[in-house]
Design a protein. Structure first.
Ligand code: ATP
Length: 686
């Protein structure tokens, strides 16, 4: 058989495959024709693959069809007031939850069953808060705790290899605000498309997505979001969708993709989703108020009310089903509107089966309707759906194996590094070249230079002044670097979670790029600062001494940056990271060796943790030598600097030890930050 290259597959991915061999094979009252079609589709398409000839290695990187089944899916969350830090209570409540005895749990989904195959679009509809997003997250593998029921992908349960086969468009668009639409898509293409595709093919794919989604006019505009001005909400939504369909996922999940779009754009978007589905992909979307035109584009519909399904089946047969139950709209109504009214129990313009309600509009009338619909679903629809799920033939074995094999990274570590570095720099460049930051560094340098203008070390008092300046510089760069780094991961958390869930890159690459790009700023500003202040204040005028002082300051800044990253990664919360950074800074400041030199023995361990202590000592050792003379005009005559009370606890020779300690701290903090980030990010959900 002919084996298509991965790039050819990527090129053809949005064009419909030949459906010639598909035929509608039977059906029943709720028409399971589509299931049969998808099964036939799976068999036909993958019977082409001869496992002997076409090894797993070769098919595993292809976009594979996914047949998703979910049965009796239940999900509950702990009510917030019930959450407890008490370990005993927590164990008890866990056991109780397993035994279904716990009243502190709120049941969100209450037994949802369904299936969807390649080539189909399933719409999840229901009133706000009915559990659509929750179900979408569960089938997307983003919610796993407290989930009951059976969910299978080609008859096997979820596994992490599926991450790169599932595209998830979240309700809130999570896109880096400082990149333009084109940059966003290009970086995604370079990170996510197969490594075998060349640059031109990747650019061509981005171009196609931009055209398909009508993003030409805003391609060079920043995405924006939050306080950053950027493209419109609808354009942002389309960019988010482009970001996912770019890589042609086998299973595409969309959470309210049409919100914020006008009806024409929403309709166009649905047409694109239809194309995606027809190319053999499985599409599930939640939707609030589709127009009638859009409603008829869905193949299947799952209507949820308060976490219970009230309809599951072909979308276009839903009205027929409800009229068979004698729920009939009294005026011409959009089917979606009618269905939502039913799911909320609003019977204003709907005729209701006789005898169901004592009187329409009675306080409990909506509850009665919902209960009735749930009951009808249980007795009429669910058994058929379950039977169909069990009756369907099994997915070919090679397909099952292929979706369990984790795709290789599309790029090597180094290739990912180059792309992410470029992206990180583009995203954060405004922050790096911030005018305020420049003015702050220059202004403080000039101010300190004027205050300590040509300072001398001739007397004890002058020496003390200069030592004060050195400690101030140490504090300034320690705090600037800590606070410059502490918010980075809490701010980027959502982007990181989203991209890691899609397995876009290695976390080590992200971390290395983040810390190295930021280091540019942590090196540039202190250098500028030192060049100004060094010659205004009366520091030692020798070339080695200048460079050693600069090196020490940079080492302090880079170590502090590592500490800031660690605090940020450890808590991943802007408020708490800031609080921890301030607290630690205060502690290190006290034990830095300037305010108190003679720390009691039982508290001395604190100073050894403080990079300010080592940084300050290093700077003193670089600036002064123990045998340098001072106090020459005093009665007792010249004395060596080492005898000054300012250096009571500091031996002014050496300095290599401090350099090593700071280097170890700089690496140690980063290693811990990376490990914390790894642990925390894997537990975060969007
Ligand atoms: N982690 C959670 N903790 C507490 N309640 C939750 C949690 N997740 C979901 N819920 C609750 O579950 C219900 C369903 O939420 P979900 O977001 O799935 O609804 P939805 O149908 O998608 O709503 P919408 O259309 O407004 O987005 C809501 O009442 C929500 O408050």
């Amino acid at each position: 058989m002919e084996i298509r290259r991965e790039d050819e597959i990527a090129d053809m991915s949005l064009s419909p495959p030949s459906m010639g061999s598909m035929h509608i094979a039977g059906g029943n009252s709720f028409g399971h024709n589509i299931e049969f079609m998808s099964q036939a589709y799976l068999r036909n398409r993958y019977s082409e693959i001869d496992i002997e000839e076409d090894t797993l290695e070769r098919i595993k990187d292809r976009p594979l069809p996914i047949y998703l089944k979910f049965e009796d899916v239940e999900f509950k969350v702990k009510s917030s007031q019930a959450s407890t830090m008490n370990p005993v209570k927590s164990v008890v409540s866990k056991v109780a939850s397993q035994l279904n005895l716990d009243k502190d749990y709120k049941q969100i989904l209450k037994g949802i069953t369904g299936s969807i195959g390649p080539g189909e679009i399933l719409a999840l509809m229901g009133p706000s808060g009915s559990g659509k997003t929750t179900l979408l997250k569960i089938v997307g593998g983003r919610l796993t705790d407290n989930v009951k029921g059976k969910i299978t992908y080609n008859d096997i349960p979820y596994n992490t290899a599926l991450k790169r086969r599932i595209g998830f468009v979240t309700q809130d668009d999570v896109l880096l605000p400082q990149l333009t639409v084109e940059e966003t898509l290009v970086f995604a293409a370079f990170l996510r498309l197969p490594g075998k595709m060349n640059r031109q093919q990747k650019y061509a794919r981005v171009e196609m997505i931009i055209k398909e989604l009508g993003l030409e006019r805003c391609r060079h505009t920043r995405v924006g979001g939050g306080f950053v001005k950027g493209i419109s909400g609808g354009e942002r939504k389309r960019t988010s969708i482009g970001y996912e369909i770019l890589v042609d996922p086998s299973l595409l999940l969309l959470d309210e993709p049409t919100s914020g779009l006008d009806s024409t754009s929403a309709n166009k978007l649905l047409q694109i989703l239809q194309k995606v589905a027809k190319a053999g992909r499985t599409v599930i979307t939640t939707i609030h108020q589709p127009s009638s035109r859009m409603f008829h584009m869905f193949d299947k519909l799952l209507l949820i009310s308060e976490g219970y399904p009230v309809y599951y089946g072909k979308a276009r047969e839903s009205m027929e089903y409800f009229s068979s139950l004698r729920f009939i709209p009294e005026i011409a109504m959009n089917p979606a509107e009618f269905l939502i009214d039913l799911a909320t129990g609003q019977m204003n313009d709907i005729s209701v089966p006789e005898g169901l309600l004592a009187s329409q509009g009675a306080p409990d009338s909506d509850r009665d309707v919902i209960k009735y619909l749930q009951l009808k679903y249980k007795t009429q629809l669910e058994p058929k759906e379950k039977e169909e799920n069990h009756r369907n033939t099994k997915t070919p074995e090679q397909l099952q194996l292929a979706i369990q094999v984790k795709k290789d990274w599309t790029l090597s570590w180094w290739e990912q590094f180059k792309i992410i570095c470029k992206r990180t720099f583009k995203e954060r460049r405004r922050d790096y070249f911030d005018k305020l930051r420049l003015v702050q560094s220059l202004g403080i340098a000039v101010l300190l230079g004027l205050l300590w203008w040509k300072s001398q070390t001739g007397t004890e008092a002058q020496l003390r002044d200069q030592v004060g300046l050195i400690f101030y510089i140490c504090i300034f760069w320690t705090s600037s670097s800590i606070f410059g780094a502490v918010y980075v991961f809490p701010f980027e958390k959502i982007y990181l979670v989203k991209e890691r869930k899609a397995d876009m890159y290695r976390l080590s690459v992200y971390y290395a790029c983040s810390t190295l790009c930021d280091m540019l700023a942590h090196v540039f500003y202190p250098t500028l600062f030192m060049v100004i202040i060094y010659f205004m204040a009366g520091f030692k005028r020798t070339v080695p001494c200048f460079f050693l002082t600069l090196f020490s300051i940079l080492l302090i800044a880079v170590t502090s940056q590592g500490a800031g990253e660690l605090f940020g990664a450890a808590v991943l919360s802007i408020k708490r990271a800031g609080m921890i950074a301030s607290l630690v800074l205060m502690l290190f400041l006290l034990t830095g060796g300037y305010y108190v030199q003679h720390i009691p023995k039982f508290m001395q361990w604190l100073k050894y943790l403080s990079f300010m202590y080592y940084g300050f000592r290093l700077l003193l050792k670089v600036q002064y030598s123990g045998d340098q003379l001072y106090e020459c005009e005093s009665k007792g005559g010249c004395r060596p600097l080492q005898s000054s009370p300012s250096f009571d606890m500091v031996n002014l020779s050496g300095g290599l030890q401090e350099v090593w300690v700071l280097l170890v701290m700089a690496f140690g903090y980063r290693l811990c930050a990376y490990l914390c980030l790894r642990k925390r990010i894997s537990k975060c959900h969007l």
